[in-house]
Ligand binder design. Structure first.
Ligand SMILES: Cc1cc2nc3c(=O)[nH]c(=O)nc-3n(C[C@H](O)[C@H](O)[C@H](O)COP(=O)(O)OP(=O)(O)OC[C@H]3O[C@@H](n4cnc5c(N)ncnc54)[C@H](O)[C@@H]3O)c2cc1C
Length: 375
């Protein structure tokens, strides 16, 4: 690939948000280069439940996860630390698919239409209305850059983003298991210092993925001990970890998960997915937000590129406004629910209210999810 060539758009990061943007823009006839650190496929720490908010949009892009084994999910079960439970039908519903399969599915579709480079981006420089994207081995030029590099990247440091130097109290653990769980249900089980999601994926393996505070984890240090002594205080999780057969050699872990506010534009880069903001995983909405933000930016960029009408400043303003309008409220609701669940007295009270007024649970779920994307 010639270093002199200037791409219309370079996308940095090929997770859910980057791959969706790549497919959408390529289908609009825009020349795209996607630079991703790792070859596909990979397992990633994620709850692996995707809201139907984005299903018709994905199908419109030519990607139908349900044709690739994704399991439809229509019910929600939540339990408090003692195992008291609430159930509700999910207002929109969703599907279960592993990140191993979902990212690969999107990549397989994207690579038919756009160029890929597997390398780590070190710097993104903007000068004279153009970008230079510098990787470990090369340099690439573009008119626009989409930042799709996830919740935490070396680039957050080089771009001097506010959140990156602040310590975060959260870590997460994920693995697949063989276990007899209802395939139409996504469950969220609370424990002291965190919560664990359980749902089935396209292989019918159960994905168990939990978020926990360092404060609760560090007393035990080892994952097995923590699961036995803390998670298993919840009777649901006790039964799960006693009976489930692990399918991974060892669980995947990540740390320093930050839910701090971020900016959807930084140094003229259009941030999508977790690079623009991470919703609390208990909402099960991060991937839908990643896909939806990819649509917002791709619609704006393709119109601007094709019509040569919109200047950069106006485009950035439009994207910021669209991002805030679409996502700010659900992020705020996610933070509020998170605080509530970390307080056992407030959770017990909340459960009592929800037992009296069952419509509350779907109403709260609606507030953390968007409307289905219209195509
Ligand atoms: C514990 C937990 C559970 C979750 N559960 C759910 C759930 O059940 N449902 C849901 O919808 N969401 C869930 N989420 C959120 C969801 O995982 C994210 O919102 C989603 O992965 C965002 O996609 P993305 O494309 O923005 O980022 P990612 O999928 O993280 O992709 C970012 C990509 O950028 C690449 N990259 C980074 N830096 C560079 C670089 N310098 N150069 C090149 N490439 C780079 C990475 O390799 C990666 O492939 C959960 C999150 C957590 C932490």
């Amino acid at each position: 690939m010639s270093a002199e060539k200037t791409f219309e758009v370079i996308i940095v990061g090929g997770g859910i948000a980057g791959l969706t943007s790549a497919i959408h823009l390529s289908q609009q006839g825009i020349e795209v280069l996607l630079i991703e650190k790792y070859e596909y496929p990979n397992h990633k720490v994620c709850g692996e439940y995707v809201s139907n908010e984005v299903l018709s949009y994905l199908k419109d892009l030519g990607v139908d996860p349900l044709l690739h084994g994704a399991l439809p999910i229509s019910n929600f079960l939540i339990s408090d630390q003692k195992g008291n439970e609430l159930t509700a039908a999910l207002p929109l519903g969703g599907f279960g698919i592993s990140r191993y399969a979902f990212d690969l599915l999107l990549y397989t579709h994207a690579k038919k239409q756009c160029s890929f480079v597997f390398d780590t981006v070190q710097h993104i420089n903007f000068r004279d209305d153009h970008f230079t994207v510098i990787t470990s081995t090369n340099e690439y030029k573009a008119h626009y850059v989409i930042g799709a590099f996830g919740k935490r990247s070396n680039l957050d440091k080089t771009l001097d983003r506010d959140f990156i130097d602040r310590k975060s109290p959260w870590l997460a653990v994920k693995a697949h298991y063989e276990f007899d769980l209802r395939k139409d249900t996504v469950a969220l089980h609370n424990f002291e210092g965190g919560y664990c999601g359980l749902s089935k994926t396209e292989t019918h393996a159960v994905n168990a993925c939990y978020l926990a505070t360092y404060a609760s984890f560090k007393k035990y240090g080892a994952i097995d001990d923590f699961q036995e002594k803390v998670l298993s205080e919840n009777p649901y999780l006790n039964q799960f970890f006693k009976q489930a057969v692990p399918l991974f050699d060892k669980p995947l872990t990540i740390s320093q998960i930050s839910f701090q506010k971020k900016q959807p534009i930084k140094e003229h880069i259009f941030m999508v997915g977790d690079s623009a903001g991470l919703i609390h995983p208990l909402c099960g909405n991060g991937m839908a937000m990643a896909i939806h933000s990819a649509k917002l930016v791709s619609d704006l960029l393709s119109e601007a590129i094709k019509q040569h009408t919109v200047d950069r400043q106006t485009l950035e303003k439009k994207y910021k406004a669209a991002w805030q309008q679409t996502f700010a409220n659900r992020l705020a609701t996610g933070r509020r629910i998170q605080r509530l669940l970390q307080n056992p007295t407030a959770t017990a009270f909340g459960f009592q209210i929800a037992q009296l007024f069952p419509a509350i649970v779907p109403a709260i779920i609606r507030k953390t999810h968007g409307n289905p994307i219209e195509v």
